[in-house]
Each structure stands twice: as C-alpha cells, then as structure tokens.
Design a protein around this ligand. Sequence first.
Ligand SMILES: [Fe+2]
Ligand SMILES: [Fe+2]
Length: 570
Amino acid sequence: MNNNSIPEGKTFSLSREEIDNLLKSVPAGIKEYINELEGQIRNLADIGVALSKEKDMNKLLEIILIEAKRISSADGGTLYMMTEDKRLKYEIMMTDSLGIHYGGTAPEPVPDTIYPVKLYLPDTGEPNYHNICAYAALTGKTLNIEDAYEVEGFDFTGTKGFDKRHGYRSKSFLTVPMKNHEDKIIGVLQLLNAKDLKTGEITPFSTAVEVVEALASQAAVAITNKILIKDLENLFESFIKLIASAIDEKSSYTGGHCQRVPEITMMLAEAVNNIKDGPFADIHFDDKQMYELKIAAWLHDAGKVATPEYVVDKATKLETIYDRIHTVATRFEILKRDEEIRFIKKRLKLESDSSLNEMEKKETLKKLRKGYRSRIQQLDDDLEFLKSVNIGGEFMSPDKKERVKKIAKYHWEENDKVRDFLSKDEVYNLCIVRGTLTPEERQVINDHIVVTIKMLEQLPYPKHLRNVPEYAGGHHEKLDGTGYPKGLNRDEMSIQARMMVIADIFEALTASDRPYKKGKNLSQAMRIMGFMKADTHIDADLFDIFVREKIYDKYAQKYLPPEQVDEVNV
Ligand SMILES: [Fe+2]
Ligand SMILES: [Fe+2]
C-alpha cells in the first residue's frame, strides 16, 4: 500500500461523480486495488460504529478478534488484555480449523492452565522480549512473522507444544499492540496462519497489516471508552450509595430505609416487566430505564441530609438537642427549696413570737407544716404531670393544656429576676396535641421531599437519567391528590413514581430498626396497605401486582426477621 498511498500533506476534495470519471481512465488492476481499499475503509468505519455501540465487554472483544481474523483471512487469533500488574491476560482464543473458541461469548472461558504472559521476567525484572506478545506490548511495534519455526530471537516453545498436542502447524503470526488515544498499550491482538482464500494455503500476513493495525487502535479506543464509562458509572453509583448510607447512619429513625427501598422498587419493576396481562401487559422497562429507577430509589430521601437530627429524632416534646424536661425538673427543685426556706423562716419567727403561748405556737406550726407539705406535693405532682405529657404518647385534652399553662405561670427567681416558670416555647411544645412534633417541625420533616427534588433537579443528568427527580420526588404523593409536596394525582405521576410510593410505605411499615416503634407484622402492613389501596392513596393495579406476584413475601423472606413474617390473608 505504501507505493500507492496519497502523498503526505495533500488532500483531495472530489465529488463521487468526479471520482467515478477519474476511475474510468485507471487500469483495471489498480481499479480493483482501489475498490478493495475503499471496501476496507468502509468496513473499518462499520466496525468502528459496531464497536462503539456494543455495551457488553465480552462481545466487544469478540467482535474485535473476529473482524481482525476476517480482514486478514487468519485461521486463528488471540486477544490479550493488559492487567494492572503488567501481564497480558488471554481474553479470547480462537482457531477455526481446530474448532477452538475459548472466552468471549463462548460457553467455555480460557482455561486456567493458560497463564498470562509476563511483560517482565520475575527473576531479573528484565523486559520479556523473547515473547512476541510481550515484545509488541513493550515496544508498541507490530510484529509480522512469516514462519514461527524459522524465526530467531523469539521463544515459540509454547506454540510448538500446542501444535504437537493438536496436530497443528502454527506458521505465520501477526502481533499488533492495541494502543489507545493516549498512546497507552491496553492489550495485544495476535493473528495466526493467514490463508490464501483461493488455495487454502498458509501464507504470510501481507496487505491487510495496516488495516489490522487501524482496527487494533480503533478497538483500543472503544475498549478504553468502555472501561472509562464503567469506572465513572461505578464511581457515580458508589457516591449515590454513600449519600444513602449517610442518611441511614445519620438517624436511627431512618435505619436501613434508603438501602431497602431500592430493593422493593426493583422487585416490583421486575414483576411489572414479567407481567403478560392486565393494564401493564405492554409496559416493559429496558435496562436503561431500570437503571434510572434504581438510581432514583437510592436517592429518594436524599433531602434528609438537610433535615436537622433534633427534628428527625425528636423523642419528646421538650427535646431540642437535649430533653429540656431536665431543666424544668431543676426549676421545680428551686421552687421546692424556696418553699422550704419560706417555711423555715416562718417557723423561726413563730418560735421567737412572745405573744403566743406554747399551745398556740404548736397549733400554728402544725398549720404551717401542712401548708408546706401540700405545696411540695403539688410541685411533685406537677413535675410528674409534665414528664408524662412530655413523652407525647397520649392525646392532649383541653384540660391538660390548661394545666400546662397554669404551671407556666408559676414564678421562679433566676439571677434576682422573677421569671415565668415555663417559656412560651416550652408551653407550645408541651401542648402538642399528638406525638412530639410541632406543626413547624412536621413541616421540616415533610420538607425533605422538597429538598430532595430541589437537590436532584440541580444535577446535570445524562439523557437516560433525566427522570430521576420525578421518580424520586413523588414518593409522598397520594394518588387522589392529597399527598405532598405537589398534590399530584394518579395521571400526573409516572408508573415508576407510583411504584416508589408503594416501596416507601411498605418499607416504613415493616422496618424493625427504628427506635420507639416496632416493625409491623407482614399481615398488619399488608392490611394497612389494603386500606390505602381502597382510599386511592396507592396505585391499585400496582398493588395488585405486589400482592399477586408475592413481592411482599419475597422481600419478607430476605429482609424481615422471622417473627414479623406471618400469614397474609390475600
Ligand atoms: Fe421520604
Ligand atoms: Fe423514604
């Protein structure tokens, strides 16, 4: 090809018609050669497209080897990939005439007994130039050997052994390093025994060498891209899991929620994929959609990173970063001490009062002591009352609220200042009707979904992950439009978002790793979800699949402690 190549630095810009006209005056032999070249270039372009499209690494490597064999009419070939510890690992081996095919898409991988080629000799650390593949990888040079049995300077003992065992004769070898866009050698492509297509005779590798080299570098770029993409995906996924586990770690109230919701979501999505009848018969999520859904499920509560722990973990009404009931108890101690001082002072005054006789003094003291004791009793009762309402387990009736407000009016002295016994905020918190959260705090918790959406909408997604914010952000919506934050109804939500609603609720109901709350039995959880289906809070069709395909049971067997897994009345 060297003699016929376009002179360097010159470019041609001709139309197809002009080319065809020029070709008319070209002698037949050259025309044939040009046609062949044109065919090879087109072929290479097609291979390039196929390589960049292939997702599966095994298939990709196999396409490379098969195409290289085809271009060079080789009987066999091996594709080696460079390992981190500088070895060439056999990925695929093929010898057509012997029916050998190991690795790639073949059922049999390359046998373990075939060891990788070391680039450096283990004893001396010297470069292993005697092995042709190592040589090609170390020098970046293509080796074109006419006959392995005749050539000097290379060790073909292994090849000769192979030939003996298989009654074969390895003769011509073409060994091409696979260099990527950074000029880094990532593997070696070796072709064996070029054949004359007309006679079937083994010939040296000749005309196709440059085309194979071009293919090898195209292949190296495709492989490198694939590895880079895989690495980035791995890193991306690890980051997502890191965020999810940070949220789960942050609060014992979340437990393993962020890790388990994806499991349930994906189980449900797979069931939808397998279903052949009903409203989801035509729905099929492809690999990319499944991946998008998985990422969304992992990130569905991402906004909780911004929710303060004192709200998420608020165990009592007076809890902030500590439980203020202890401060209140201390104030009661002060009130009791004041009562005692008052009593002692009065008693002293009484004892030194000369206007009263002993009998009268005794009577008055008795009254004083009675009054003192009842006030102390009152204070002790008040503290017990506040302690009990602080827990938040019971409904706060109007009279209980009144009593809190009455206690708040007690006065106590701090640094010579008379103060109300309970601050406004303490009264507000103690009067929470149900649970331990004020409406504002409940809003902060509910806001995690707003924060999730806000955070997720800021990420620059590739096309196949564009829907992550929608899927992740919909898990607190109810299908009748009464959920939050957007109050979406069924038609405004994707199937994926509706699946996440079910997964989120089911996990939350059955979770057994939350403080102050036992995980519900499977039957209880399913009954509650049955009511939610009837109330149009969750998608009835999806929930039917959840039930019919026994996803609840598959999940329970895997993730719930046996004592929670009871009989579900479907
Ligand atoms: Fe949530
Ligand atoms: Fe959640």
